[in-house]
Design a protein around this ligand. Structure first.
Ligand code: COA
Ligand code: AMP
Length: 627
């Protein structure tokens, strides 16, 4: 089978193609339809099908001879812990914790927020929700209380599941110091909070609100899998949009399960029984799809790594894990390798480890610079595959489908469209552009199974953000071009979303915080190029007349405010005072031009600019700023 014949079939006969792929899943009831439309006229996959995602990830494997195979290798250099959990053990623990949730009143369709670190209990919590047909929403641990509160108010969870602490290298993060203010700030009232106490820190529990995880388990009885509709939601994952309010990306059960299985086989080229490692965090989509759901649905062993690429304890950490668990396929963000390269450019630490089990390295989450890709190729001596996707898609849209045919790697390109994605690069009027011409990256509808069917209780925003900009297409928010061989090059976001160390963040959210400082008249936060993290946010502020604060004091206060309200993960470390910001006559800040000025790239000012003289003024100021 060649990539082009397989891909073309998915384009020419999508329903037959995806009906066949659905055969790989153990449905409770096979779907009546493959593709249909819902009451909002939006596409849905596998309507009428019934299944349970936790059954596919656990029970199915135990019943089919994988009970003793490790499901999870938990490796935590920050707490010096290693643990192998078999499929049978994991199924039993998930069933018991589902019993805990059930006893607390959680039922099919209820929402549950999970704010937890990279520990097995987080995976157990996600799968326990899936077992009951409840909808989980995992919030990344690097977000601050305010961000957690926004998500609580939007998802309206019955329960909040958390742990006493996380650990960042050697810094203990006291989770209750984030959970308590978030619950105070949120308008929505939860029924209760279940806290997993870690040895590194005991959390004081609030009488009546908080419950001890282990204590509840001791009294629980296991709960069975609940049959859900293919179109029922499995989870909500909030991701940064172009406003201060994050978008609640919805994932369904049926399309997701099919896509997870399909991608393991054909995109990542991994076999059931092999070890698959995605070094990310369960709080991001990479963690949902490729730490938890896909490896388990496919019958692989997943590695749950609670550490960093460097400093836990050194830049040899990844090589150690690859060797220890005989990882076959590895996935992380390029920034992780830039961090390793910075500390151990010659990869001397690699010599201590045997990584010969590895077949492929996959990179995604941000643009992969050619030098990092080549460095990884040299060091690991395996194909290094840059591939592209988003929280919205849930799985790759561009890749080199190595499970079908390994195509030649073109550094700088994220590969070719994955089956099911009819990708085009278009001009502002929606017309497809000729090869090598940059434009907006869009996907013709319907999107493949597993992609977002809607936003959580916000169809209007779903349509206006993704479907209205280019009728008939899904708008990805990215720019790029397609070369004469059909390889796609993603050049970056064309909106105000930035990517900091593979973490997707909204500059609008940071601007809201900066603008609230009493000395700030107006501001812009833009993403500028950074050697290590790809991009970092930088604030440009215009002071209110008569303010006496120094630039250094202001910067310190703004850094603290963003850290407290958005979270440390925003990595907001720079703020500059400027005289004026470039704007259009209608008052829109020209952030793209600012980005080009800061990165020293050429730009064309639009004819709608309010005052052209602000540009040379800003260029002069930027020159004077420390890079
Ligand atoms: N809980 C609490 N704080 C967190 C956190 C979490 N789960 N994750 C990150 N943070 C904090 C960090 O401690 C850091 O705080 P600091 O400013 O006090 O140092 C801040 O948020 C920024 O974190 P990070 O982006 O991880 O930067 P770093 O300098 O600590 O590490 C890398 C840089 C490149 C090593 C790191 O970003 C990395 O491993 N990236 C891998 C990419 C990845 O996982 N991407 C996810 C999508 S694939
Ligand atoms: P997230 O939703 O957090 O997965 O972030 C998705 C965004 O990250 C995309 O819209 C892109 O801007 C960027 N991105 C992800 N993978 C790549 C890649 N391989 N190359 C370039 N950009 C990428």
């Amino acid at each position: 089978m060649t990539y082009s014949s397989f891909y073309n079939r998915s384009m020419e006969q999508p329903e037959a193609f995806w009906r066949e792929q659905a055969e790989d899943i153990d449905w409770f009831k096979k779907p009546a339809a493959v593709l249909s439309k819902d009451e909002n006229n939006l596409y849905r996959w596998y309507e009428g099908g019934q299944l349970n995602t936790a059954h596919l990830a656990l029970d199915y494997h135990v019943e089919n001879g994988r009970g003793d195979q490790p499901a999870i290798y938990y490796d935590s250099p920050v707490t010096d812990t290693k643990q192998a959990i078999s499929y049978r053990e994991l199924r039993d623990q998930v069933a018991l914790f589902a019993g805990v949730l059930k006893a607390k009143g959680v039922q099919k369709g209820d929402t549950v927020i999970i704010y937890m670190p990279m520990i097995p209990q987080t995976v157990i919590a996600m799968l326990a929700c899936a077992r009951l047909g409840a909808v989980h929403s995992v919030v990344f641990g690097g977000f601050a209380a305010h961000e957690l509160a926004i998500r609580i108010d939007d998802a309206k969870p019955k329960l909040l599941l958390t742990a006493s602490a996380g650990k960042e290298i050697n810094r203990i993060i006291d989770y209750m110091k984030i959970v308590n203010p978030a619950l105070e700030e949120a308008n929505h009232q939860i029924d209760g909070c279940i806290v997993y106490q870690r040895d590194i820190l005991q959390a004081p529990l609030q009488e009546g609100r908080d419950f001890d995880w282990e204590g509840l388990l001791a009294e629980a009885s296991p709960a069975d899998c609940v049959s859900v509709e293919a179109t029922d939601p499995l989870y909500i994952l909030y991701t940064s949009g172009t406003t201060g309010k994050p978008k609640g990306i919805v994932r369904d059960n049926g399309g997701h399960a099919v896509a997870m299985k399909f991608s393991m086989k054909y995109v990542y080229g991994v076999e059931p029984g092999e070890v698959y490692w995605a070094a990310s965090d369960v709080g991001w989509v990479v963690g949902h799809s490729y730490i938890v759901y896909a490896p388990l649905i496919h019958g692989c062993t997943t590695v749950l790594y609670e550490g960093k690429p460097v400093r836990t304890p050194d830049a040899g950490a990844f090589w150690r894990v690859l060797e220890a668990y005989k990882v076959s396929v590895f996935f992380t963000a390029p920034t992780a390798f830039r961090a390793i390269k910075k500390e151990d450019n010659e990869a001397k630490l690699k010599a201590k480890y045997d990584t010969s089990s590895l077949r492929y390295l996959f990179l995604a989450g941000e643009r992969c610079d050619v030098s990092t890709l080549e460095w990884c190729q040299d060091v690991l001596q395996v194909p290094v595959i840059d591939h592209w996707w988003q929280t919205e898609s849930g799985w790759p849209m561009l890749a080199n489908m190595v499970g079908v045919e390994l195509l030649p790697v073109k550094p700088g390109s994220a590969g070719k469209p994955v089956c099911g994605y009819d990708l085009k690069v278009v001009a502002p009027n929606g017309e497809p552009l000729p090869p090598n011409t940059e434009g907006a990256v869009v996907i013709r509808l319907p999107l493949a199974p597993g992609t977002l069917p809607n936003l959580w209780q916000d169809t209007a925003r779903f349509i206006s953000s993704y479907l209205s900009p280019y009728p008939g297409y899904y708008f990805t928010g990215d720019g790029g071009y397609i070369d004469e061989d059909g390889y796609v090059f993603i050049t970056g976001r064309i909106d105000d979303i930035i990517n900091v160390a593979g973490h997707r963040l909204s500059t609008a959210e940071m601007e809201e915080v900066v603008a609230a400082h009493p000395a700030v008249a107006e501001c812009a936060v833009i993403g500028v190029h950074d050697e290590l993290k790809g991009q970092i946010p930088v604030g440009f502020v215009v002071l209110k007349a008569g303010t006496s604060i120094t630039e250094a004091e202001l910067e310190k206060e703004l850094i603290q405010m963003v850290r407290e309200q958005v979270g440390p993960v925003a990595a907001f470390k720079k703020a500059n005072v400027v005289q004026r910001l470039p704007k259009t006559r209608s008052g829109k800040i020209l952030r793209r031009i600012m980005r080009h000025i800061v990165d020293g790239k050429p730009y064309n000012p639009p004819s709608t600019i309010e005052d052209m003289s602000v540009l040379p003024e800003l260029e002069e100021q930027v020159k004077g700023m420390e890079k």
